[in-house]
Design a protein around this ligand. Sequence first.
Ligand SMILES: Nc1ncnc2c1ncn2[C@@H]1O[C@H](COP(=O)(O)OP(=O)(O)OP(=O)(O)O)[C@@H](O)[C@H]1O
Ligand SMILES: [Mg+2]
Length: 279
Amino acid sequence: MPSFSRSESYADAEGLRPGPRIIAIANQKGGVGKTTTAINLGAALAESGRRVLLVDLDPQGNASTGLGIELGQRAQTTYELLFGQVALQNIVVESSVEGLLIAPSTTDLSSADIDMAADAKRSFLLQRALRQSSMERYRLDYILIDCPPSLSLLTINALVAAHSVLVPLQSEFFALEGLSQLMLTVREVRQGANPDLRIEGVLLTMFDGRNNLSQQVERDARENLGELVFRTVVPRTVRLSEAPSFAMPILTYDSASKGSAAYRELARELVHREVPVTS
Ligand SMILES: Nc1ncnc2c1ncn2[C@@H]1O[C@H](COP(=O)(O)OP(=O)(O)OP(=O)(O)O)[C@@H](O)[C@H]1O
Ligand SMILES: [Mg+2]
């Protein structure tokens, strides 16, 4: 297993002013809790007073749908943003949570990989889009990027644009195998387009404390990855899986639930080991 150090510094690329901390939420394995984490960590950070933009970089558009963004509000999306056809402010939509904005996507994004292929700057399209000076109006503290379940050019764009990557890991067998592949991709991105990319942390999701396998996965992850694994563990709860069908984050749908508590705790953990950004 490759070794990685945790995030230490988040200076803005241009060194001009403290920019938002950009975190890609990635794992090429499907259904591990990327979108659930993007929505609910975003909502928990916003609840704590941070200003957050969630960038939906998945053609499935689950983060957009889960936050109740109607298709009619998605005339222009992250597809047009990537290709420089539209400025960020033209696609950003407010969610029902104060302080949580979203750049939505639709299935249009599914052709992005092919459409980007011929572009010499294909890995840098999202970085360019998120570093516009017009972003300053939003006074963002965080940008969370919800990645698709692949190591495609979309995910590479997220890793190149980000300061760090947060990896949800489903507490089940084979979880760690898939992680090595993602870590290798992170290493490649570091060796090329984004040398400062850090691992924000690995988040155990869908954890069932009564299940021996969940406990085994947690032990293995903590043994192999040490402090890269967040102390916070997200439990498997039906309420978390229900919330998107009501177009709400868990914090709105069931504020007193275990899922809400977990994502609030994750937000606190993330913020508290944050090193202030300096110019
Ligand atoms: N902690 C949890 N407890 C119960 N269900 C969960 C939990 N986290 C996620 N789910 C459910 O598991 C499914 C997959 O979660 P999610 O969509 O967040 O994963 P994903 O990694 O974004 O998937 P994809 O790779 O398809 O984008 C969803 O139906 C979601 O509601
Ligand atoms: Mg998803």
